[in-house]
Write a protein that binds this ligand. Structure first.
Ligand code: ADP
Ligand code: 5GP
Length: 203
């Protein structure tokens, strides 16, 4: 496979979607792995763009049929990454972006180790995360409490990731993320070694 995986994790509300949206609009050859989920669709979300919103029964059928390269239960809902579209994009040499939780990262890492560059994105502190979840206005107080509790557990995994971004200033964080993508494109593993050496000798 020629492509690579940019795997992003971090507490819900830390700004992952906001940063990724900008990345997709500004960088070429990047494909978003659309996860499937059983959680309710939020205002502003589009089925088949942000997620494939499916029922619990459909999700469990997908698990049975081995359709997911990884899946997890997050905030009491199922979330999973479909294997087929990811493989297709990797064959095309694209960078495939996963926005998945720490459990999904552990599984994906086992399967695609050398292809993954991982980034953990968070806020300066828990108070700021709460503020963002409240101002996003997509979750009720109970869901926000649940997400904050989950965030504490996720923070324990920071050291497992290649990069760490504190998304305080959006401009600065975006530049950080873009630098990571640009460095991925320069990885020596992207080079066709034989071709490169032959070209070098011939000239
Ligand atoms: P996630 O995808 O990690 O759940 P979002 O991208 O939905 O998070 O961001 C959560 C909220 O925080 C949104 O309302 C977004 O506009 C806001 N936000 C994102 N980045 C910043 C930032 N650096 N400073 C302030 N607010 C931000
Ligand atoms: P949200 O409900 O805020 O969109 O996402 C909640 C959490 O689920 C986030 O931490 C997000 O990264 C994670 N997530 C989204 N898609 C997947 C997926 O396909 N697999 C796993 N393991 N986690 C996912």
């Amino acid at each position: 496979m020629k492509g690579q995986i940019l795997l992003v994790s971090g507490p819900s509300g830390s700004g992952k979607s906001t940063l990724l949206k900008r990345l997709f609009s500004e960088e070429k050859g990047i494909y978003f792995s659309i996860s499937s989920t059983t959680r309710a669709i939020r205002d502003g979300e589009i089925n088949g763009v942000h997620y494939n919103f499916i029922s619990k029964e459909e999700f469990e059928e997908g698990i049975k049929n081995d359709e997911f390269l990884e899946w997890a239960q997050v905030h009491k809902n199922y979330y999973g990454t479909s294997l087929k579209p990811v493989k297709e994009q990797l064959e095309l040499g694209n960078i495939v972006v996963f926005d998945i939780d720490v459990q999904g990262f552990a599984i994906a890492r086992e399967k695609f180790k050398s292809l993954i560059t991982s980034v953990f994105i968070t806020t300066t502190n828990k108070k700021e995360l709460k503020k963002r979840l409240e101002s996003r206005g997509t979750d009720n107080a109970k869901t926000i409490e649940n997400r904050l509790m989950n965030a504490v557990g996720e923070m324990e995994h920071i050291l497992e990731y290649d990069y760490f971004l504190i998304n305080d200033d959006i401009q600065k964080s975006y530049k950080g993320l873009r630098s990571i993508v640009r460095a991925m494109r320069l990885k020596s593993t992207n080079i066709n070694l034989r071709q490169t050496v032959e070209n070098w000798i011939d000239c």
